[in-house]
Write a protein that binds this ligand. Structure first.
Ligand SMILES: *[C@@H]1O[C@H](CO)[C@@H](O)[C@H](O)[C@H]1NC(C)=O
Length: 227
């Protein structure tokens, strides 16, 4: 908890000191995962600090480009886009953009809708270096977890009788495309896991190895961009 509050204070410090434009909006997904079964619902929300309602969700799919929520897919209400029944053709890259069409937009999120009976439940937003990440392989029927095989970038990384694979203390090298397979049920789509660097710690103030201010400000910028 103490670490979290340090982190928050650090972020607030960065936000108040930065002269660079801060990403004003971010896209959140509920339920928070990147893969869905056919006919599942999803709610996409554009969140910004000013709670403005001037955002819309756009997407790129294999069929359309810059498609706007409420105009061909989903229903838009106050910066929230609801898709009641997902189809495999809803697979694509989603992001928030201001209604006015000005340049501000969020980072994008990849959503995949499986036409089959297996999905991988993985974090849809970038995870922090050092976090433990649980990958859960879910079959449509039965809904309880079955033994599953996991793959990263096409290579087998292990069987798990529980259907859950835990990546302990993730590193940058854990980034990649993950999928899973349940015997007799099939394979999930692939989803990317992104790992963001931990902000530099400020705890040992007398440390001789503390980075020069120029490099700490550039990693600060990087952190802001990833928010
Ligand atoms: C959507 O597709 C267009 C055209 O290919 C591309 O210019 C744009 O960068 C894409 N958007 C995202 C968020 O990737």
């Amino acid at each position: 908890m103490e670490g979290t509050s340090h982190c928050l204070i650090f972020l607030i410090f960065l936000l108040s000191c930065s002269t660079d434009p801060v990403l004003p909006v971010r896209l959140t997904v509920s339920p928070s995962r990147s893969q869905f079964f056919l006919y599942e619902p999803v709610i996409l929300t554009c969140e910004d600090e000013n709670r403005s309602d001037g955002w819309t969700v756009r997407r790129n799919t294999s069929r359309e480009i810059r498609n706007r929520c409420g105009d061909g897919f989903g229903n838009l209400a106050v910066s929230t886009c609801t898709i009641s029944y997902l189809f495999p053709s809803d697979t694509g890259l989603y992001w928030c953009e201001s209604m006015s069409g000005s340049s501000s937009s969020s980072s994008s999120i990849q959503l995949s809708v499986s036409g089959g009976s297996v999905i991988l439940q993985s974090p849809v937003l970038p995870v922090m270096e050092g976090d433990d990440v649980t990958l859960s392989c879910r079959a449509k029927n039965p809904t309880h977890n079955l033994p599953a095989a996991f793959y990263k970038d096409g290579s087998f990384i292990g069987d798990e009788t529980t259907g859950n694979k835990i990546l302990n203390s993730v590193k940058k090298s854990d980034e990649g495309l993950y999928k899973c397979n349940v015997k007799g049920h099939g394979e999930s789509p692939s989803s990317r896991i992104s790992v963001k660097e931990k902000p530099p710690t400020t705890s040992p103030p007398s440390s001789s190895s503390s980075p020069p201010s120029s490099s700490s400000s550039s990693s600060g910028e990087q952190l802001l961009l990833q928010l």
